[in-house]
Ligand binder design. Structure first.
Ligand code: KIV
Length: 288
């Protein structure tokens, strides 16, 4: 790892850390690079709307991903595959409007970059210009390196995403990636390819913890793990999973920090019973 001098290793706004730091300006990809130099771990969450994003921003989450997981978690699709550029642009713009400090990363949906670098640039430019995101994310290692290179050369920071890539569910299913020597070597090649192409960070989804730790040691850009064990530089979770709003089974790697589905369901039933029983509204909630 390149050693920066102590002066260079400080976040450029004078705050101490990505999480728990004070700055009022947006986090940038330079701040992310400095955090890797300091060996600092940081949390990332998904967000799909302005109000929820404002809660995460106020809590100090330094990077919010407007993931195409919005497909399953916000828009009612079964997978991320049907999500469109129009939807990602609308959701990303809302998250940007709801936040002040977090770096907002907008996901490029399936079909918006696979044709090649020029299509990727057109799609990414839309998220940057129309939605105001500070960076974009796309899936794929070696297979996406040309897209990543052109975006970075054009001034658009890119977060890469390797391991399990949900947009390829029809080809790979939802299963652990990088198991076995050959698959592990491919994951390492993918990680190096996205770093060489200029990505500022790389998501490692559903890969064995030991392999994720090795990738994290080998790369100078930060790794962001989801189902990739404790050794990555950062962690990301889908917010509806970790706050207990998602219906049905959530993956084993998710830790549930709240039970929002029960909290909301109970509150809504209490309201309904008040209305039916005539105990809401009362004088307190009436105007004259
Ligand atoms: O779309 C998404 O939310 C993601 C994360 C799971 C990394 O890609």
């Amino acid at each position: 790892m390149t050693q920066l001098s102590a002066a260079h290793a400080k976040p450029s706004d004078g705050s101490k850390a990505l999480y728990g730091g004070k700055g009022t300006r947006r986090i940038t990809v330079r701040d992310i690079a400095l955090a890797k130099e300091r060996g600092e771990k940081w949390p990332m969450l998904t967000a799909y709307d302005a109000m929820t994003a404002s809660v995460f921003d106020e809590a100090g989450i330094p990077v919010l991903l407007v993931g195409d997981s919005a497909g399953n978690c916000h828009l009612g699709y079964e997978t991320t595959v049907p999500v469109t550029m129009d939807e990602m642009t609308m959701l990303s713009a809302a998250v940007v409007r709801g936040t002040q400090r977090a770096l907002i990363v907008g996901d490029l949906p399936f079909g918006s970059y696979q044709e090649g670098p020029v299509q990727a640039l057109r799609s990414a430019t839309r998220l940057v210009k129309d939605a105001g995101v500070g960076a974009v994310k796309l899936e794929g290692g070696e297979r996406s390196h040309e897209q990543i290179r052109l975006l970075v050369e054009s001034g658009i920071p890119v977060m890469a995403h390797i391991g399990l890539t949900p947009q390829s569910v029809n080809a790979m299913g939802y299963r652990v990636q990088g198991r076995g020597e050959e698959a592990a070597q491919q994951l390492l090649r993918d990680a190096k390819a996205v770093q060489d192409a200029g990505a500022f960070a790389v998501v490692l989804e559903l890969v064995p913890a030991e392999l994720a730790a090795e990738v994290t040691r080998v790369l100078h850009i930060p790794t962001v793990g989801i189902g990739a064990g404790p050794e990555t530089d950062a962690q990301v979770l889908v917010w509806t999973d970790m706050l207990g709003l998602t219906t049905g089974r959530v993956p084993k790697f998710v830790k549930k920090y709240a039970a929002l589905r029960e909290v909301m369901g109970d509150a809504v039933k209490a309201y309904a019973e008040d209305v039916v029983g005539g105990t809401f509204p009362t004088e307190e909630h009436s105007v004259h």
